[in-house]
Design a protein around this ligand. Structure first.
Ligand SMILES: [Zn+2]
Length: 401
């Protein structure tokens, strides 16, 4: 069974948080017809929430009685898995994802009359709408605190990781506004003669074109916002799950090197795989590599993979930025002990002619929430400062000469 992204809106090329899709089975007939959610326990574990919360949510959303006994989770009436999966999206949005960075690794806190999600990734506390029926249930039945919680935590998203390379991007921030309305922010006049879809595509294409001209810092990476990807997919006739290839590459590399990065396939085999997946000239490919090739020995490993990296990055700006973005994610979210090594890492990239001085200076001078939450980006930039400053001064000196 293949896993799906916990946040199904997330079009990140390399999303780490996965869950099994809901499996359901309709039982009985007539008035007694009901639906068993066969794997609710697994799905809930992936979300780090008690199964009862999810079941109650379904009940209130679908207006049906629910029933729970001996690990059997039942809803009255016939509901197919797709319907439940869609409803689950609502649960995830309201009760799981951090409202700021959209990371699903959150815990529900009950404080006085307030319910909030406490994000492990960015520290943000997001309020949970108290008007929801489930909210009042949670108030009365808070997630168990103390010891039990730790055990449960370990079994959540982390245990369920199929991919690796931690993510949670900006796009998420980009989508925040849409989340409220469930629509794109583009204004489309439906009363016009033009076919609705055509207009929408045109509008999105126009938006895309605008973005590619105006390169401000926050937009400097590939625009991974849902609208942009959809527009691109429509224009190119690509399918929306074209991200599957990036995932495939990332999961393959992580699987091969799960014990040690020394077990990674050779650069030649990695290159072959990239060709095979037809993602050779994609900046996202480089981003995935930045998130999967390294561990604590990153400085040495940059040198080991120099051939492959140089061949892919080609000192091109877009690729360079994707590589730095991937590193930022890996270092800022996955392996934070490397933050103090950031100057050394940048030095290696510069020294080996992998990333140009200009790109490093520009990257280091502006905080961007494109790849990681803003606070994380700040932290990484702060660590990078000594090296970036050194580069700038060296640059000025050579200008004076
Ligand atoms: Zn967060």
């Amino acid at each position: 069974m293949s896993f799906i992204n916990i946040c199904r809106d997330n079009t990140d090329p390399f999303y780490r948080y996965k869950m099994p899709p809901i499996q359901s089975k309709v039982e009985g007939r007539g008035n007694g017809i009901r639906t068993a959610i066969v794997n609710l326990a697994e799905v809930s574990r992936a979300l780090g929430r008690p199964p009862t919360y999810v079941l109650k949510y379904f009940g209130s959303e679908l207006g049906a009685q629910t029933n729970e006994s001996q690990d059997r989770y039942l809803i009255n009436g016939a509901h197919d898995a797709n319907e439940l999966q869609d409803s689950l999206d609502g649960f995830i949005k309201k009760f799981v994802l951090c409202a700021s960075c959209k990371n699903p690794e959150t815990e529900i806190q009950v404080k006085k009359d307030i319910l909030q999600r406490d994000c492990k990734a960015c520290g943000h506390l997001s309020l949970i709408d108290p008007r929801s029926k489930l909210s009042s249930y949670i108030m009365k039945n808070p997630p168990d605190g103390g010891k039990g919680k730790k055990g449960k935590k370990a079994a959540t998203a982390t245990a369920n990781v199929v991919g690796g390379g931690k993510t949670i991007a900006d796009l998420v921030t980009d989508q925040k506004n849409d989340d409220e309305s469930g629509e794109t922010s583009l204004v489309v006049d439906e009363n016009d003669d033009d076919d609705f879809l055509t207009k929408k595509i045109n509008a999105e294409a126009a938006a895309l074109a605008d973005e590619s001209i105006e390169v401000n810092d926050d937009d400097w990476a590939v625009d991974m916002s849902k609208e942009a990807i959809e527009a691109r997919a429509k224009l190119d006739g690509l399918t929306l799950d074209s991200n599957a290839e990036f995932n495939q590459l990332g999961e393959w590399l992580l699987e091969e090197s799960k014990d040690s990065k020394e077990d990674l396939p050779s650069d030649i085999d990695i290159y072959k795989k990239i060709v095979e997946l037809e993602i050779l000239d994609k900046a996202e490919t480089i981003q995935v590599l930045a998130q999967t090739l390294f561990d604590d020995n990153i400085v040495e490993q940059i040198e080991e993979h120099l051939g492959l990296l140089a061949k892919l990055i080609k000192q091109e700006e877009e690729n360079s930025k994707a590589f730095l973005g991937g590193l930022e994610r890996y270092i800022g979210l996955e392996n934070t002990s490397l933050i103090e090594k950031v100057p050394k890492i940048l030095m290696a990239l510069y020294d080996k002619d992998l990333i140009s001085e200009e790109v490093i200076i520009s990257w280091g001078s502006k905080v961007s929430k494109k790849y990681v939450p803003k606070e994380v980006s700040k932290k990484v930039r702060k660590a990078a400062k000594p090296f970036v400053k050194w580069l700038q001064e060296a640059d000025e000196e050579s200008d004076e000469e």
